[in-house]
Write a protein that binds this ligand. Structure first.
Ligand code: ATP
Ligand code: MG
Length: 555
């Protein structure tokens, strides 16, 4: 987080650490608490930026905690991936890696404490009955078990733990206020019976704490000062505070909520992302079209671009949907600085320079990145036989077409020579298969010796004698609909059938032979690309387009 970044969370923290504030003189301590039931996505990147970034700004620390209080669906694969993604984004938790499930015994003891204080009771209403008796605005909730003697609740709660009762038979409820205008405070359930094995505690537990009870305890056990979370927990804050107030926890964290990040043309719920993977709608969690951190990384996104995106979106209380185009804009800005400029022909057609000597070849020196002279230069070979993009030739030009056509304008082969098209050779179907042109041997480097104006376009090209073959994957939005999540739409119906285009037989300049992930390249006129680190193999180069060159996003 930028030193000068300022938002409402910082205002709260500034108050808290000022003289007389509740955390005066204390080190700021935050946490990032993912549930290990899926891979992290760009929305989590925002939360990571808020949690780790805020700690960083105040010289504080941030814990990584697996929020694994829910026994089902948890997986070690996810835990490892989550760690990798956070490190890649540029953040670190040092040795403060925790599991919420490590606090199960403490949570149980705090629950017993509440019962003993007359602040919790075992309720035997079924889930349906509890719902029926929750009341409505102005009508209080009811539970016939509310005034059950403390001793009885203590006994039943320990028997719940011992496994005497089946799922749904009873719950432990906090005794707060059945008439509260905030329904979260109407004697919320804080423990439920669930005879399911947990991926870490195994069969030790058959009762599990509810999130609203568990989370404040986890925070307090870790001496978190500020528990930053998303807006849906705002109405739960009174309960968070109630738990902190009434359990003898070792510290008093403060919860502050901020708005979730939403992006158009994608979905962000882990459940939906998992469904895309499980139904093979994408190639995996790291499919380059996915909004996951691993997908974006494979696509060629940089941690810098993602951090800049988070920083520039800001943190607020107002929910909003950000344009996917803005994420791409942030990537383009970053890659524009760092990408090596190269030439690659994605849909090749032969170009023969008829007046260039056969068998001759020369090396031309080109800059790696005009924005960074320190990146140096390299050589590219030039000969009589080249490849250019098929779309850079038309036998019969359309209006305003400034590229190659017979008797058309003089065009520049980038960094090489000026050429004029003289004709083409066609196949039996009448389709051009080879373009002919003549070059001006006095225009080496691409500029005319006499200073005449070049009327045609500048084209990229690759020497056919040294070209390297590759497969190139071009991506579009995964969804054709800007809001696949909205209303009663089925997000699967909104998938974009053209989100992946695979081009084979692409011709790249020889320097790309040894390209490797994660270095970024700007393919002249075509966009930013990087090697696909999963599907590339020796002799089979695969490139992903990270983002196109054209920026339609207006900042
Ligand atoms: P999902 O709906 O994707 O499953 P979640 O909130 O259940 O999201 P968690 O693993 O619990 O996922 O999230 C860890 C942290 O990341 C939480 O603090 C959560 O608030 C935050 N987070 C999740 N999604 C977003 C988002 N889109 N924008 C900002 N923060 C998010
Ligand atoms: Mg969650």
């Amino acid at each position: 987080m930028d030193e000068n970044t300022k938002n409402f969370i910082h205002d709260f923290i500034d108050e808290d650490i000022a003289e007389g504030g509740s955390y005066a003189g204390m080190q700021i301590h935050t946490r990032f608490p993912p549930e290990p039931n899926g891979y992290l996505h760009i929305g989590h990147a925002k939360a990571i930026y808020v949690d780790f970034g805020t700690a960083q700004k105040y010289g504080g620390i941030c814990n990584l905690r697996m929020d694994d209080t829910n026994p089902s669906k948890e997986d070690v694969e996810y835990v490892d991936a989550i760690k990798e993604d956070i490190h890649w984004l540029g953040y670190d938790w040092d040795d403060r890696f925790y599991y919420a499930s490590d606090y199960f015994e403490d949570m149980y003891n705090y629950a017993v404490e509440l019962i003993k204080k007359g602040l919790a009771y075992v309720c035997e209403l079924s889930p349906e009955q509890t719902r029926e008796m929750r009341g409505s605005v102005g009508v209080p909730a009811r539970s016939p078990y509310r005034d059950r003697p403390i001793e009885e609740s203590l006994d039943l709660f320990s028997r719940m733990r011992a496994g005497e009762f089946e799922n749904g038979k009873m719950t432990l409820r906090a005794k707060i206020d059945l008439a509260s205008g905030n329904f979260n405070m109407r004697d919320p359930v804080i423990y439920r019976i669930n005879h399911s094995a947990h991926h870490r505690t195994g069969d030790k537990w058959c009762i599990y704490p509810m999130y609203d009870f568990a989370h404040p305890i986890e925070d307090a056990m870790e001496h978190i000062t500020h528990s930053l979370c998303t807006l849906e927990f705002e109405d739960h804050r009174p309960l968070y505070d109630w738990v902190i107030e009434n359990c003898s926890v070792p510290s008093k964290p403060r919860q502050i909520e901020f708005a979730r990040l939403g992006i158009n043309y994608t979905v962000m719920s882990k459940r939906k992302l998992r469904q895309l993977v499980e139904e093979n709608r994408v190639s995996g969690w790291d499919d380059p079209r996915m909004p996951t951190i691993c997908g974006l990384r494979r696509r060629g996104y940089t941690p810098e671009a993602i951090r800049a995106f988070s920083e520039r979106n800001g943190i607020s209380k107002a929910a909003s949907t950000v344009e996917f185009g803005f994420l791409e804009h942030c990537l383009r800005e970053d890659l524009n600085e760092r990408a090596t400029r190269v030439m690659a022909v994605l849909e090749p057609i032969k170009l023969t320079i008829t007046n260039y000597p056969e068998g001759k070849s020369e090396l031309l020196t080109v800059e790696n990145n005009p924005n960074r002279p320190e990146d140096g230069t390299r050589t590219v070979s030039f000969s009589r036989n080249l490849y250019i993009e098929a779309e850079d030739f038309l036998e019969v030009p359309v209006p305003k077409y400034k590229r190659l056509y017979p008797q058309g304008p003089e065009c520049r082969l980038k960094g090489a020579y000026l050429i004029t098209c003289t004709g083409c050779r066609k196949d039996e179907n009448g389709r051009p298969v080879e373009i002919f042109a003549e070059y001006d041997e006095n225009s080496r480097g691409g500029d005319p010796a006499d200073g005449r104006k070049v009327k045609g376009a500048t084209l990229h090209w690759v020497d056919a004698e040294t070209a390297v073959d590759a497969e190139v994957r071009i991506y579009d939005n995964l969804f054709a609909d800007a809001e696949p999540d909205a209303g009663d739409k089925n997000f699967l119906d909104c998938l974009n059938a053209d989100s992946l285009q695979i081009l084979t037989g692409c011709k790249l300049e020889k320097s790309l032979e040894n390209a490797s992930f994660p270095h970024s390249y700007q393919f002249m006129r075509k966009g930013y690309f990087c090697v696909d680190n999963k599907d590339s193999a020796p002799g089979h180069l695969v490139f992903n387009r990270s983002v196109a060159l054209k920026d339609s996003f207006k900042v």
